[in-house]
Design a binder for this molecule. Structure first.
Ligand SMILES: Nc1nc2c(ncn2[C@@H]2O[C@H](COP(=O)(O)OP(=O)(O)OP(=O)(O)O)[C@@H](O)[C@H]2O)c(=O)[nH]1
Ligand SMILES: [Mg+2]
Length: 420
């Protein structure tokens, strides 16, 4: 089965908690703090596998999670790191944020691996919090949550040339006579149900050509079979547009040509603007050449070359492939999609202060992480928080907006009085 898109939920592991523990030994009254750190949560990693050609595995399972980090222990024992989860995907898989549809990464060619959800950091054990004045810290940090992502995986084949056209015009026939690929060929529409790739060799160069199922009007809005498959020619550097000029089924080649182009346009303007070569097929069934003449004239007016051929007899196919190779030589490389998605965590590092009714509200993700497990009832813990806030420049920010001694500060619903 050929599956080329899937929605999945990925969860990286949580960091383990730091430990609160004190050194114990015979005849030693009060040992120092020796609580170890929690382990890191495992990442979720996507990696390309050249042996895969579909996303089928992801149809049967929707949720994936990496291992959590272990908790820290006494005697400075570190918690174990959570096991990473590696998911294998075919080359050419585009990963998108499901909600926004923005590209997170494109796993194509050189881009073989991507950490799609990061494991949470482990929390510090209490041994980190000892200072000359605080020799017995009775608190530790909890681990941070692992990232959770809902993503859409979309396979977009990596091919230089894409074959487009109505059903039954001879796309698969062309691929079969110019490459070693053996796609199914038959005299009815929608013979091809999954894309086929073939390698075409011309002189001492070669390129990859993709044969996709036939398009029909309405493919771009989902009524035809074709819409799903247009994604497989999105990366193509050149399109070969095959038009049947035999006049069978009362069809008009100029109309067909326009209808396919408007499908491409509806799918994406960019795809419609991709360089095209037209192949006028089934010339053997149209001896008068009238249709071919009209199509050639029509395309010439738009600067598009037309190659007459009889794919079934491999006539004219060689000239077409030579032209394709010549075009490819000066076209940009296969398209790799640029990342567009900006994760929240990276976008929100700054500290923000908002004053409302005389209360100074402070926001900032990094700051919140740093004081995640401060226990407001514990005096030592509060002292630690003070230090963190000072180090992170929170007090400075507050002074800038005019805070004065005795004013109220609010951080995540925890209120305290500002003291210099
Ligand atoms: N007479 C003639 N028949 C051809 C030629 N090229 C292809 N055919 C026939 O046209 C029919 C359709 O060919 P395919 O290659 O399966 O067409 P397709 O465009 O891949 O069709 P779909 O996969 O259904 O979209 C088959 O019966 C072929 O043998 C040609 O040059 N001349
Ligand atoms: Mg076909």
């Amino acid at each position: 089965m050929f599956i080329d898109s899937a929605n999945i939920l990925l969860r990286a592991g949580d960091g383990g908690n730091g430990a609160v523990s004190f050194h114990r030994e015979k005849y030693v009254a009060a040992g120092g703090p020796d609580g170890g750190d929690g382990g890191r949560g495992g990442d979720v990693i996507l990696r390309t596998d050249p042996n895969l050609s579909t996303l089928m595995d992801f149809k049967y399972r929707r949720k994936y999670a990496a291992g959590n980090g272990g908790n820290g222990g006494a005697k400075r024992c570190f918690g174990r790191d959570g096991a990473p989860l590696v998911l294998r995907v075919p080359d050419g898989t585009v990963v998108k944020d499901r909600a926004s549809g923005l590209v997170i990464c494109d796993l194509s060619g050189e881009n073989r691996e991507f950490v799609v959800a990061r494991g949470g950091r482990g929390g510090w054990g209490n041994s980190h919090f000892a200072t000359p004045t605080r020799q017995a810290p009775r608190f530790a940090h909890s681990g941070l949550k692992g990232e959770e992502r809902e993503v859409t995986l979309e396979l977009k084949l990596l091919a230089d040339v894409g074959l487009v056209g109505f059903p039954n015009v001879g796309k698969s026939t062309l691929l079969s006579v110019v490459s070693a690929a053996r796609p199914k060929i038959a005299n009815y529409p929608f013979t091809t149900l999954v894309p086929n790739l073939g390698i075409v060799t011309v002189g001492d160069t070669s390129f990859v050509m993709a044969d996709i199922p036939g398009l029909i009007e309405g493919a771009a809005d989902g009524t035809g079979l074709g819409t799903e498959f247009l994604r497989h020619v999105e990366r193509c550097r050149l399109l070969i547009h095959i038009v049947d000029v035999s006049g069978s089924e009362e069809r008009d080649p100029v109309e067909d040509f326009e209808r396919i182009n408007s499908e491409l346009f509806l799918y994406s303007e960019e795809l419609a603007a991709r360089p095209q070569i037209v192949a006028a097929n089934k010339c053997d069934l149209a001896p008068d050449g009238e249709n071919l003449r009209r199509l050639t004239e029509y395309c010439a007016a738009q600067g598009i070359p037309v190659f007459p051929m009889t794919a079934a007899a491999a006539e004219g196919t060689r000239e077409l492939m030579e032209r394709a190779a010549a075009e490819l030589a000066h076209l940009p490389p296969i398209r790799v999609f640029e990342p567009e998605f900006v994760p929240q965590a990276e976008a929100d590092d700054g500290i923000r202060v908002e004053v409302e009714d005389g209360v100074y509200h402070v926001y900032g993700k990094k700051m919140m992480e740093a004081i995640a497990l401060v226990d407001p009832d514990d005096y030592e813990s509060l002292g630690y928080m003070q230090r963190v806030l000072r180090d992170m420049g929170v007090f400075e920010k507050l002074e800038q907006v005019g805070i004065r001694e005795g004013d109220t500060v609010d951080i995540n619903n925890f209120e305290f009085e500002y003291v210099r």
